[in-house]
Design a protein around this ligand. Sequence first.
Ligand SMILES: Nc1ncnc2c1ncn2[C@@H]1O[C@H](COP(=O)(O)OP(=O)(O)OP(=O)(O)O)[C@@H](O)[C@H]1O
Length: 410
Amino acid sequence: MLRHGLFKDRRVFDENYIPPELRVRRGEAEALARIYLNRLLSGAGLSDVNMIYGSIGRVGIGKTTLAKFTVKRVSEAAAKEGLTVKQAYVNAFNAPNLYTILSLIVRQTGYPIQVRGAPALDILKALVDNLYVENHYLLVILDEFQSMLSSPRIAAEDLYTLLRVHEEIPSRDGVNRIGFLLVASDVRALSYMREKIPQVESQIGFKLHLPAYKSRELYTILEQRAELGLRDTVWEPRHLELISDVYGEDKGGDGSARRAIVALKMACEMAEAMGRDSLSEDLVRKAVSENEAASIQTHELEALSIHELIILRLIAEATLGGMEWINAGLLRQRYEDASLTMYNVKPRGYTQYHIYLKHLTSLGLVDAKPSGRGMRGRTTLFRLAPHLPADRLIEVVDNIIQAKMASGYE
Ligand SMILES: Nc1ncnc2c1ncn2[C@@H]1O[C@H](COP(=O)(O)OP(=O)(O)OP(=O)(O)O)[C@@H](O)[C@H]1O
């Protein structure tokens, strides 16, 4: 009989949960924190710009976690020396322009700065002034930094203004008080920087590359979650080994801690739903295979244009509505309607439209086949690739479309 459930603290499995200590990558966090602290504690202020970046196509490998942990460490260590280092986190996907970036930063500092209707430069001046008056420091994480570089609504000058704030707006006492930790998906961010903002690129002190996780590292991460979030009698090391062997990069997996943690959570939820009070190997295997089936490569979707995303969404919608295949004519008609009425973008001409459909098919997101007999004339039929869950895909696609629209992409 199940009396308490398997979890002792469900929050430990939340997407944004940051563990109290890092058992994997602690050394990296300490090394990064020391760079900021060395200068700060020697009285030279805070002005460093460092960067964490991952590997192409790898997600969930701990970039954000490491950044947040590092900044927290800096703030705590500084506090022990009597210095206040405020922390701010901005995800570029939610910050399409300099004004929004600064508004988000200001909100997190808690300073009474009027941002509504103020020009970005005035907000930044007020921020520099408040830091001076309070004698505080500020360390800002700019996550998904690559999308700031490619956004048409963030000019090179904006990035200079922000990242070289000390030159644009020197503090009244000459002490620099704002440091940055940039987080980018992969090494390409550095070459974009070299093109768009070379002076900032050359100013980056420390560039830390994070590889995908190996199975042994995933085991350690899972063990920590199990200890913090599950009842002791629920799990055994072999359950965690099974998961870390599936996702470990050295075992042929994608090295994602996120997916490994989700698999463990799913296994526990499945056990609960079945009224069991502990995990079994069978259940863990089942959770892993469901996790695989439901996995949507968000980075692959982020790389699509808005028009491709609209087409994909329409095909997924047809599936969700019970239509097994949608024919080319109907799809085109829905695409034209949706572009104009829902997204306020001009539909692309036929040639480009067909290139988009081909691309979606070649990525394995969409299946295409010629219509059989019984249809008038020859046409092509489309459907969402059967391994993709239509409802979750629509959710993810909507988020991406929204973010792209907000940052002015097409
Ligand atoms: N070293 C670690 N210790 C404990 N948990 C970790 C560690 N690395 C990653 N995680 C967990 O794995 C999940 C994914 O990590 P995170 O979001 O930091 O990855 P990311 O590389 O920033 O992802 P994305 O590529 O989507 O931006 C989070 O739940 C995080 O808490």
